[in-house]
Write a protein that binds this ligand. Structure first.
Ligand SMILES: Cc1cc2nc3c(=O)[nH]c(=O)nc-3n(C[C@H](O)[C@H](O)[C@H](O)COP(=O)(O)O)c2cc1C
Length: 300
């Protein structure tokens, strides 16, 4: 099912979400081989970071709660990965983060030289300049980071990834559009939430709280994509709980151009990309519909 996205021809409207399968060439290539349209890397930060202690991911059956804590070797220490990725024959989305606008710019500048097809900005991380507030919960800081990154990334499309923790995600989307974003990705994990082990009377995650993902957050993601598409005309990667072709149809009807898949890789395996694409194509066929026709159909 060919789809055009920001001038690139993709073999499927599915996208691997950031942080699900790491950054090794072999795994990312396998994901593309398994039918994924765009492969997103795990978020790359400015400096080495260990992430949080275990346990970091708990499977709740209807989704995951995680507090992985953005572990990264730092952009300078990924020579092996970048060297292998140079030879790739698949669309690559490099996800980056920073704790300040200047850190985002520093990482973006370096990563842009590696020539990924897209750069995703994880603006769902704490902004150290603003007392730990998430960049993506404030229209001004979202605008600042996107416009600064756009100045150093040349012709590589920039895709801010938005958080459902924003009071008005539509307003954040508009700020990103005004700053020159080429597309948007929504959503990052929801929450945060907490689980308590009632026997030991303690939070289960070592970090105590964590982000929710998987089927339980799908209605939040659909609402966010719907609101973003009310406020902007940018193409959107709709992400959050998509597990089946029907879920993809719903996300596209909310206005998404592509559908991201994260937790479902864990529940349905790596073939989930071709499975979702096949189920989506079957649904369109059964309803005599096209992707273009159903996109944003729930509006109006
Ligand atoms: C274990 C785990 C690690 C993640 N790491 C990242 C990350 O490094 N950067 C990022 O932008 N999102 C990260 N995410 C969020 C996912 O990319 C995605 O936005 C979220 O899981 C919602 O999609 P899903 O319901 O399909 O999983 C992570 C999610 C999980 C479950």
């Amino acid at each position: 099912m060919n789809v055009n996205f920001l001038g690139k021809q993709l073999k499927s409207p599915t996208v691997l979400a950031s942080g699900i399968l790491g950054n090794s060439f072999d795994i990312l290539e396998r994901v593309h081989g398994a039918g994924c349209g765009i492969v997103t890397m795990k978020s790359i930060g400015p400096a080495p970071r260990d992430g949080h202690n275990n346990p970091t991911v708990i499977d709740l059956g209807h989704g995951l709660i995680n507090a992985v804590g953005l572990p990264t070797p730092g952009y300078r220490d990924m020579d092996e990965e970048w060297k292998a990725l140079e030879k790739r024959a698949f669309p690559l989305n490099a996800s980056i983060y920073g704790g300040s606008v200047s850190e985002f710019v520093e990482v973006a500048k370096f990563v842009a030289e590696k020539n990924p097809d897209f750069i995703e900005l994880n603006i769902s991380c704490p902004n150290s300049e603003k007392h730990g507030m998430l960049f993506g919960t404030n229209p001004t800081s979202s605008f600042d980071v996107v416009s600064a990154v756009k100045r150093v990334t040349g012709s590589i499309p920039v895709i801010p990834k938005l958080t459902p923790q924003a009071l008005s995600i539509g307003e954040i989307a508009k700020a990103c559009e005004d700053a020159g974003a080429d597309a948007l990705c929504a959503i990052n994990t929801a929450g945060p939430g907490m689980l308590i082990d009632i026997e030991s009377r303690k939070p289960i995650l070592a970090y105590k709280k964590g982000g929710l993902s998987g089927p339980m957050i799908r209605p939040i993601a659909v609402r966010c994509v719907y609101e973003i598409c009310q406020q902007t005309t940018l193409p959107v990667i709709g992400l959050g709980g998509v597990t089946t072709g029907r879920d993809a149809v719903e996300m596209i009807m909310a206005g998404a151009t592509l559908v991201g898949v994260g937790s479902a890789v864990k529940s349905r395996g790596i073939d989930v990309f071709s499975t979702i694409t096949r189920e989506l194509a079957q649904w369109l066929d059964d309803h005599g519909a096209t992707l273009e026709e159903i996109r944003g159909a729930a509006h109006g």
